[in-house]
Design a protein around this ligand. Structure first.
Ligand code: C2E
Ligand code: CA
Ligand code: CA
Length: 525
């Protein structure tokens, strides 16, 4: 195998594995992100729920703010400690920050330093000390705008039930903190035990000034990745095997064809078939497209689509075309041809790079029955319109052949390309012709191509005409020429000659009048 082919096989082997690994990595990454998000969101919503219960009790008693500390007030504050068992005390404070009444009775304590000045109005959760007992507590203040308010002092055990983060194989930490950074609760492993580059994700509560952060070791994504790879890896290996097999087959196939083609030229395994070109306004055969055939001793007839690209790549297209042109000349030697008769020859893009083709045509056709002026040279849209290309076209033109743009509509060339191309004929690709009568959009495209060709002074050849309906459509729009199985299949020269001389036959007139049997079928019968 040459290095290019070895590279292709290697690529076939590695590509599925590389792509699959990338895919597994993405899946693992997303999976981890989703798990962390779920853990953090669950913690936040649990914390919200615990606090909400207390906040609701405080809101219910909002009207009591500023009330005098009589037994009825004390009783109503105290009831809240029964409703929420983790609430130790509930108290009222005035605008100056003096706690004057609690669920345990009247009081007189300055808590202004703890509430802080900036915290007027709304709910605030803070870590504090029970004003009465001095133990660490969670305090929820519900202040009015003037600074007076009601608060509840709860046991930090309030957050004990916060779910531990989902089970990560390599450990995880959950931290719930207040806006000021005070830690409310920490579960799982200590963050410091999670390795050098841990991955963290934080979710903020929308109700209270708190957030939950879940942290896992940096290697967690690897662990998930390895799991996914184990799951999908087999598929990758099978795919890679299949691709290697297909590529190897293709590569050896191409080598086989490339080597074989050279031998085919020597062994005279190549043939030329002629596909009639019909003037559809007068129903006369006015030419043919020369199409190459390879009759392989073992493989039978090899399609040109298979070996022409290989011939182009290897440069063999030059001697192959040279052989074809010689064959065409010999096939028509001694045959009397009408003056308007044309033979089309397909040229590959590489043949427009230098003037070898010009010399070949001159040498093969000059002074012959089939003169260069009776040729049409077909180029596809892959033909490069650069300086070299122009030079070749101009040189060809001076000898007289017409120039056609083949397969028009299948490439990416636009109007600019067409204008620069300066061709004599435009061949509408069969795919458009065959859509006539089936879909309106393509029909519009066909019409546009016809108009475009007219504007550019190019004659149209419609390819692949298979039905009378298509023929009628094209005829009505004034398209002059067509090729297709409706008229005939590509034929060996002897059969083509019969066809040319006998066309139109009475049967053809019958067909044009509405019959729908392909002409080739009629001819074969
Ligand atoms: P192309 O130049 O577009 O040639 C027309 C192809 O369409 C021919 O196939 C012809 O048999 C087929 N065709 C014609 N009418 C119909 C129809 O009504 N229905 C259908 N379904 N198909 C139709 P073929 O002979 O297999 O040629 C395939 C391609 O091979 C050609 O396409 C051409 O690009 C290339 N080729 C053939 N001979 C040569 C050659 O000597 N030199 C170069 N460079 N290319 C060639
Ligand atoms: Ca062609
Ligand atoms: Ca074509």
């Amino acid at each position: 195998m040459r290095s290019r082919e070895s590279f292709l096989v290697l690529l076939a082997a590695l590509l599925p594995i590389v792509l699959l690994s990338a895919l597994c990595w993405r899946i693992a990454d997303t999976e981890l992100h989703n798990q962390l998000t779920t853990a953090a969101e669950t913690a936040v919503s649990d914390a919200d729920r615990f606090l909400d219960r207390i906040a609701a009790g405080l809101r219910e008693r909002q009207g009591m703010i500023g009330a005098s500390c009589d037994p009825e007030t004390v009783h109503r504050l105290d009831r809240m400690t029964y409703e929420s068992p983790l609430v130790r005390t509930v108290g009222l404070y005035d605008a100056g920050g003096r706690l004057y009444c609690t669920s345990r009775g009247p009081a007189d304590l300055d808590i202004s330093g703890q509430i802080g000045d900036g915290r007027r109005g709304g709910l605030i959760v803070r870590m504090g000390r029970s004003a009465l007992m001095g133990t660490p507590s969670i305090v929820i203040d519900n202040s009015r705008d003037d600074g007076a308010g009601i608060n509840a002092v709860a046991d930090p055990a309030l957050f004990d039930e916060l779910a531990a983060p989902l089970a990560f194989a390599q450990g995880a930490a959950l931290q719930v903190t207040l806006g000021d950074g005070t830690l409310l609760r920490e579960t799982g492993q200590p963050v410091s035990a999670l390795g050098a580059a841990p991955i963290s994700l934080t979710r903020q509560s929308r109700k209270f000034d708190l957030k939950a952060t879940v942290t896992v070791p940096g290697s967690s994504v690897w662990v998930l990745f390895r799991g996914d790879l184990a799951l999908f890896g087999m598929a990758g290996i099978i795919l890679s095997g299949v691709l290697v097999w297909v590529t190897t087959r293709r590569v050896t196939d191409r080598q086989f064809l490339s080597r074989g083609l050279k031998a085919a030229l020597r062994r005279r395994e190549l043939e030329v078939h002629y596909h009639p070109l019909i003037d559809i306004q007068n129903d006369r055969c006015v030419g043919a497209e020369a199409l190459i055939r390879w009759r392989h001793p073992e493989r039978g007839l090899v399609r040109p689509d298979l070996f022409i690209p290989i011939a182009e790549e290897s440069g063999l297209i030059i001697p192959v075309t040279r052989w074809l042109m010689n064959r065409v000349r010999d096939d028509f030697e001694g045959i009397e041809l009408p003056r308007e008769f044309h033979i089309s020859i397909n040229l590959a893009p590489v043949q427009f790079r230098d003037t070898v083709i010009v010399d070949d045509i001159r040498a093969i056709f000059s002074g012959r029955n089939l003169s260069p002026a009776m040729l049409v040279l077909e180029a596809t849209e892959r033909f490069p319109i650069d300086d070299a290309g122009r030079k070749v076209i101009d040189a060809l033109r001076t000898m007289g052949p017409g120039i056609a743009l083949d397969d028009f509509g299948t490439g990416h060339s636009g109007l600019a390309y067409l204008q620069k191309f300066h061709g004599d004929y435009l061949k509408i690709d069969a795919s458009f012709v065959q859509a006539i009568g089936t879909d309106a959009v393509t029909r519009t495209v066909v019409d546009s191509i016809i108009n475009l060709a007219r504007d550019l002074d190019m004659e149209i050849i419609a390819e692949g005409v298979e039905t009378v309906a298509q023929l009628e459509y094209l005829r009505k729009r004034g398209v002059p020429y067509a090729q297709g199985f409706l008229f005939a299949r590509p034929l060996p020269v002897a059969e083509f000659e019969i066809y040319r001389r006998t066309h139109p036959t009475p049967v053809a007139h019958h067909l044009a009048a509405g019959g729908d049997v392909p002409m080739a079928a009629v001819l074969r019968a």
